[in-house]
Ligand binder design. Structure first.
Ligand code: ADP
Ligand code: NI
Length: 197
């Protein structure tokens, strides 16, 4: 089942450059699995939710976003338990930052949300922010600060807020290190921008 979900996501994401690529999904899968083991969550639910968490993303698949049709159809066609389907769909609906949700209601959802958020910070998160900005033709930085859509502005809109939004103790611990790395990065970035470093 896990392998089928991997193949399903890989097919769906082929060709996407918005940051919702298969590499992201596999990193979330690995991190969510690790967190689930440390937090003693239901690994099967966590792994399936991680692999399917972006298959009905609002930007990527606006038509299926509302009812998570891609995830539900995949799970039904592959004989998943109806109770598991309900749990997985609930998790997918609860984890997005842009959806403005609070914390997920289940331990499994908390594991997947932490893994997804960890992938938005640290060295990987920095890389994704500039890759996303580049895909939209945005500036890397606007020193006058008027341009709310620069990739550096995104650090203040979202990335630097994530460490305080982690759910699990494993997630919190990892987020601290990734957060410190982003702060170092920004300090060096501004120094280089001004010709001081
Ligand atoms: P989520 O799955 O939480 O809704 P998004 O779809 O908003 O995440 O973002 C996907 C990736 O693109 C993340 O790494 C995020 O930080 C990055 N990203 C989103 N919006 C911007 C932006 N305006 N500038 C730079 N990076 C962005
Ligand atoms: Ni994601």
């Amino acid at each position: 089942m896990i392998e089928k979900a991997m193949n399903y996501a890989r097919n769906l994401f082929a060709g996407d450059s918005s940051g919702h690529d298969m590499d992201h999904t596999l990193r979330v899968f690995r991190m969510a699995s690790r967190i689930a083991r440390e937090e003693k969550a239901d690994l099967h639910i966590v792994q399936l939710a991680a692999l399917l968490h972006d298959v009905d993303d609002r930007k990527l698949s606006p038509k299926t976003y509302e009812n998570k049709d891609n995830a539900v159809t995949f799970l039904r066609e592959n004989g998943a338990d109806e109770d598991d389907i309900r749990k997985i769909v609930e998790i997918i609906g609860q984890i997005s930052f842009s959806a403005g949700n609070g914390a997920p209601t289940t331990l499994e959802g908390k594991c997947v949300q932490d893994a997804d958020r960890l992938d938005a910070i640290g060295a990987i998160g920095i890389s994704r922010a500039f890759a996303f900005g580049g895909s939209r033709g945005r500036r890397i930085h606007d020193p006058e600060g008027g341009d709310k859509a620069s990739s550096i502005a995104h650090f203040y809109d979202k990335l630097l807020l994530l460490k305080d939004l982690m759910n699990t103790s494993t997630g919190k611990k990892l987020a601290l290190r990734r957060h410190a790395f982003m702060e170092d990065f920004l300090e060096q970035f501004y120094g280089e921008w001004d010709g001081e470093r």
